[in-house]
Design a protein around this ligand. Structure first.
Ligand code: 13P
Ligand code: ZN
Length: 270
């Protein structure tokens, strides 16, 4: 059997966590990622039925029964994933009753999946119901997006609109807008359920004064969504408090929507 550390999925996790760490978005153990895997792909590197440890999920993950995921570990640092993937990552299969997950590989020091496992798995369920190709859920603490949470209204329409106005191509990247959750205690089933509800409607959800969730069919898609929000938030913060001499207007945003044929979030423009 081939070495799993050379697999496409471990390589992608190593590359993206290193990149996100270098962006300054994932201090210490901040952030977590889960990616759904095909049984066939897992089988090239592991016996897909050989469970080395069983981990309680603490919620009903039955809609994902039998599905495989690679997930960052709780308390693990993104900066360390590349040099020690077997300790910082785990490959799991959700059990038939959805109450536990079988560990197939990883968390080698006895670790567990991220404390945000409920938010990730519940969001996978939501996204798969609207896009069967979704594979990735990504959570991060990007600096400018978070900064903006302290100076901007916590309102989905206004927050989305402020970011659409910062870069011409923002609207092209996330025409569906950004969902906003008020500050809530993290690591709970409650925040998981609230996130998953937003994920039925949005591919981006901000946890106000905490961080952001993105999703996609690929690692690039999820990362690209968060990266674009963060770039716009950076421009917003770099110009905050300065006189606004120029601004992209709602009419210009409508021109972008027409030019690119975008189905943008209804009611988010005047
Ligand atoms: P974990 O270390 O459990 O993944 O938690 C990090 C985090 O960002 C919590 O929201
Ligand atoms: Zn977090």
């Amino acid at each position: 059997m081939s070495d799993i550390t050379d697999s496409r999925f471990v390589r992608e996790m190593r590359e993206i966590t290193s990149n996100m760490y270098r962006q300054g978005w994932d201090e210490r153990n901040g952030g977590n990622i889960s990616m759904m895997l095909d049984r066939e792909e897992v089988s090239q590197f592991l016996d897909p039925d050989k469970i080395i440890r069983t981990i309680d999920t603490g919620f009903d993950a039955a809609p994902l029964a039998g599905k495989y995921f690679i997930v960052t570990g709780t308390g693990k640092y993104f900066k360390n994933v590349d040099r020690d993937p077997e300790n910082n990552l785990g490959v799991l299969r959700i059990a038939d009753d959805g109450k536990s997950a079988g560990l197939l590989w990883g968390y080698s020091d006895g670790g567990r999946p991220t404390s945000e496992f409920p938010a990730h798995m519940m969001s996978h369920i939501s996204r798969l119901s609207v896009n069967p190709d979704n594979r990735v859920i990504m959570h991060s603490h990007p600096t400018y997006t978070l900064s903006m949470n302290f100076v901007h209204a916590a309102d989905e329409r206004e927050f989305t609109r402020s970011l659409w106005r910062m870069c011409t191509e923002c609207m092209v990247v996330f025409p569906d807008g950004i969902g906003v959750l008020p500050w809530m205690l993290c690591g709970t089933n409650e925040i998981g359920e609230a996130t998953a509800k937003k994920m039925l409607e949005y591919r981006l959800v901000v946890w106000w004064m905490h961080g952001i969730y993105g999703c996609g069919a690929t690692m690039d898609e999820a990362f690209g969504l968060i990266e674009t929000v963060e770039k716009a938030a950076q421009l917003y913060m770099l110009t905050a408090g300065l006189p606004r001499v120029n601004e992209i207007s709602d009419d210009q945003l409508k021109e972008i929507a027409a030019g690119f044929g975008l189905e943008y979030k209804k009611g988010f423009l005047d």
